[in-house]
Ligand binder design. Structure first.
Ligand SMILES: C[C@@H](N)C(=O)N[C@H](C)C(=O)O
Ligand SMILES: [Zn+2]
Length: 204
């Protein structure tokens, strides 16, 4: 599928990455596929993908690989999140993804953005896995768990889990990705090539 100029499919550029594109399926905080995801694909701006390729190379030297949960996110998908949040009766996935945070606070507390860096094309949600068994490295909370335990400065995780988050953060930073205090998995490449544009082409 042709992409807009300046965007690439990550799997065409970076060998060995594992994908679990959560919003294309139902294992996410909404509990169903999110609008705008027509395929389980990961797309990024070219500069972000080039930098991520270097991250992957460095992790492979350390016997880890990247696992990607989300990358470019169409504004249509963000609008679906906003619509979902307005329906206070739909708490289908609360126990798994936001047990201690009221649904009405998810945007205000910074767990979901109505203008997301993901839509600007240079933000990625990811973790690292062990090369030998493809198991996720223990980060102390799971992807899209909205709560204090997912913050970088939480006191609710073990030293080992903190070290694992630091490992991911240090290599991501080395290649230009900025971390996000509320979510250990969320990184934005800087300088962003499209800092003011919220794209809305589908993921397919
Ligand atoms: C929803 C979560 N995966 C995420 O990416 N949150 C940030 C704040 C965002 O929506 O940009
Ligand atoms: Zn994110």
């Amino acid at each position: 599928n042709p992409l807009p100029d300046g965007f690439v499919y990550i799997d065409a550029k970076i060998p060995g990455v594992v994908y679990e594109i959560r919003y294309a399926g139902s294992n996410n905080f909404i509990g169903k596929p999110v609008r705008g995801y027509k395929a389980a694909q990961a797309i990024l701006s070219e500069p972000a993908a080039r930098a991520l390729a270097r991250v992957q190379q460095e992790f492979i030297r350390k016997d880890y690989m990247l696992k990607i949960f989300d990358a470019y996110r169409p504004q249509t998908a963000v609008n679906h999140f906003i619509e979902w949040a307005r329906d206070r009766n739909d708490t289908l996935m609360k126990s798994k993804f936001y047990p201690k945070v009221a649904k009405k606070d998810l945007f205000e507390f910074g767990y979901i953005a109505s203008r997301s860096g993901h839509s600007r094309g240079s933000t990625v949600d990811l973790t690292i896995i062990h090369v030998e068994n493809c198991e996720e490295v223990d980060m102390g909370s799971s992807y899209d768990f909205f709560g204090e335990i997912s913050h970088h400065n939480t006191s609710q995780i073990t030293e080992e889990q903190r070290k694992n988050r630091e490992l991911l953060k240090s290599i991501m930073r080395k290649y230009g990705f900025r971390s996000y205090s509320e979510e250990w998995w969320h990184y934005t490449f800087t300088p962003e090539p499209y800092p003011d544009t919220y794209f809305d082409f589908p993921v397919k």
